[in-house]
Ligand binder design. Structure first.
Ligand code: PAF
Length: 281
């Protein structure tokens, strides 16, 4: 497996692969890889000749009070995992390689970035769209793989690709959970044992909400109220949001009569966790 820190090195390899007519799958990550990432890499491995994994904690998607400095990192372990899964190249640039002095070109998606995480993280999705655009350009990937765990990110990146005619297919992949239901996340490592236990409330609440929707409940307010009351039964949990939006535009809805995303963000102690379910017709 090749390890590249420079954009020029990735591009040189991509040029050769493209000349040979090979298809390229990209898995963009911020490292500290877990089984969720592994499932994306495996899927990319199945569907492409070449698999590139990017491993870059993207500074421009973190707000000033967020966890950029403390975001967990373990590049050695990431390399081992990528190699064991048959990735061809891992791209691990320094921030200065991705953002030169005077960098000032950003990509943003309007409506879809307004709600859910966009409310409390106003610059986040512009940072994501910008870095993802750069990674698409650098890798010239045919396909890119994103987890449904970050459902708003998946919707926004898919929309950006459609709206701006990017030459890449976005593949959304299912949420990977621990055996007890907690969605896998690099940020789970911040939880102490009691918080780890308390965090199960997210999955419990969403399971009940999804059951209500799947058995015919159309009133979004009722579903949100039920989810909220389950989460509030856990003293260590503090809700950031519980929202039901249409899966197309990510706008809040009152009546569940279309494809929906039900998304939650909850603080367990100081750790902000997100989770969701999607119900399509
Ligand atoms: O989902 C993530 O880990 C990041 O937002 C991404 C897509 C790698 C962009 O930095």
């Amino acid at each position: 497996m090749l390890v590249a820190e420079k954009i020029a090195d990735v591009k040189a390899n991509v040029k050769v692969w493209k000349k040979e007519g090979k298809t390229i799958g990209l898995v963009p990550t911020m490292g500290y890889l877990h089984e969720g990432h592994a499932s994306l890499i495996q899927r990319a491995r199945e569907e492409n000749d070449i698999v590139i994994v990017s491993d870059f904690v993207n500074p421009i998607q973190f707000g000033p009070k967020e966890d950029l400095a403390t975001y967990p990192r373990d590049f050695e372990a990431d390399c081992k995992l990528c190699e064991s899964l048959g990735a061809d190249l891992i791209f691990h640039p320094e921030p200065s390689e991705m953002y030169e002095d005077n960098f000032c070109s950003y990509v943003g998606v309007n409506t879809l970035s307004e709600n859910l995480c966009g409310k409390s993280r106003p610059i986040h999705f512009n940072g994501v769209c910008t870095v993802v655009t750069k990674l698409f350009m650098i890798s010239e990937a045919d396909r890119a793989y994103f987890g449904q765990k970050d459902a708003q990110q998946l919707a926004i990146v898919s929309r950006m690709v459609r709206d701006l005619n990017y030459n890449i297919e976005i593949i959304g992949c299912p949420i990977i959970r621990e055996e007890d239901g907690l969605a896998k996340s690099s940020r789970n490592t911040y939880l102490n044992p009691e918080e780890r236990q308390a965090a199960l409330i997210l999955h419990k609440a969403l399971t009940r909400g999804e059951e209500m929707v799947r058995t015919g409940e159309k009133d979004a307010t009722k579903v949100k109220a039920e989810i909220t009351s389950i989460i509030e039964s856990e003293p260590k949990a503090k809700i950031d949001y519980v929202e039901i939006v249409d899966w197309n535009q990510l706008q809040p809805i009152d009546t569940i009569d279309q494809d929906i995303l039900c998304a939650i963000a909850v603080y367990i102690g100081k750790v902000r966790l997100i989770d969701n379910f999607i119900v399509t017709e």
